[in-house]
Design a binder for this molecule. Structure first.
Ligand SMILES: Nc1ncnc2c1ncn2[C@@H]1O[C@H](COP(=O)(O)OP(=O)(O)OP(=O)(O)O)[C@@H](O)[C@H]1O
Length: 267
């Protein structure tokens, strides 16, 4: 029997007082199963990194956490995901406010073809978060400040967002996520399109954001996982193999598959 058929998750996938709890989550694309019975808690104000070889299901699992997989017709999710104890897959849940509370930043910066100001103001307008122009101005400024972009753009708020550098665009997308008052931010390889300097800025920002938000980040870079996260979850062929404190995962992993991956024997 292969290791994977026989595996039991090691580490501590469950915890007290978690912000998000995934229980026995399976994901299917049509007939094909991509995630197998994953149970994992994500704690308040932590950065958790999801790592593993290409195709192991990191992004699929991340997208379960704010029902982004609902946008893929053939995708079917079973199991339970609780946000502060409430099942986000309950049919009564409206995914629009859910995706504001559990926001997402994608691999490639995707600003709207609008001004910097309107990129940030768009969400608060739809969600009715500002009662006046002054309110809206305040949200825009605060979000850009939290995303570490305010000083670079405050004199050109009405210039197109697409005119910013790649790293600035990604911080704009983070500011846009922040503007609708999220509690959790999901990041799917947010630095893979960025140079090392822009990457360092986003990593610094992730560390600052942890004070106010809970963050789950998918990354291919083990150095990045080590730099930004407190816990790391290792996925392999759709299964959660190990979750532990990040320094433990990278120094004394409990599972031989984790060890093989971090030492570069596959992946
Ligand atoms: N929209 C889709 N339709 C069908 N199959 C999909 C779809 N998205 C992902 N898959 C399949 O699900 C499995 C997990 O893919 P996923 O993208 O979640 O992995 P990943 O670990 O994030 O990979 P990578 O590191 O390459 O981005 C793969 O076998 C992939 O081919």
């Amino acid at each position: 029997m292969s290791i994977i058929e026989n595996h039991k998750t090691v580490g501590s996938p469950l915890s007290e007082g978690a912000k998000l709890r995934a229980r026995d989550v399976c994901v299917f694309y049509g007939e094909k199963q991509a995630i197998y019975n994953v149970s994992l808690d994500i704690r308040q104000n932590e950065v958790i990194a999801l790592i593993g070889p290409s195709g192991c299901g990191k992004s699929t699992f991340l997208r379960c956490l704010n029902r982004m997989n609902d946008t893929i017709d053939i995708c079917n999710v079973t199991g339970e995901i609780l946000l502060d104890g409430d099942n986000i897959y309950d049919p009564r849940v409206d995914v629009v406010p859910l995706r504001a509370t559990v926001g997402m930043v994608f691999q490639k910066p995707n600003p709207f073809p609008k001004s910097i100001y309107d990129n940030i103001a768009y969400g608060p307008r739809i969600h009715g978060l500002a009662s006046s122009r002054v309110d809206l101005d305040e949200i825009v400024e605060k979000s850009l400040q939290r995303a570490g972009l305010w000083n670079e753009v405050k004199d050109r708020l009405h210039a197109p967002g697409t005119g910013l550098s790649g790293g600035q665009q990604q911080r704009l997308c983070i500011a846009r996520t922040i503007a609708v008052d999220p509690e959790v931010i999901l990041m799917d390889e947010p630095c893979s399109a960025l140079d090392p300097i822009a990457t360092a800025k986003i990593e610094e920002l992730i560390d600052e954001l942890r004070e106010n938000y809970t963050i789950a980040i998918v990354t291919h870079s083990m150095q990045q996982a080590a730099r930004v996260s407190q816990r790391t979850a290792y996925f392999h062929l759709g299964q959660l193999i190990e979750v532990n404190a990040t320094d433990k995962v990278f120094t004394t992993p409990e599972h031989q598959l984790t060890e093989a991956y971090i030492t570069g024997r596959f992946g």
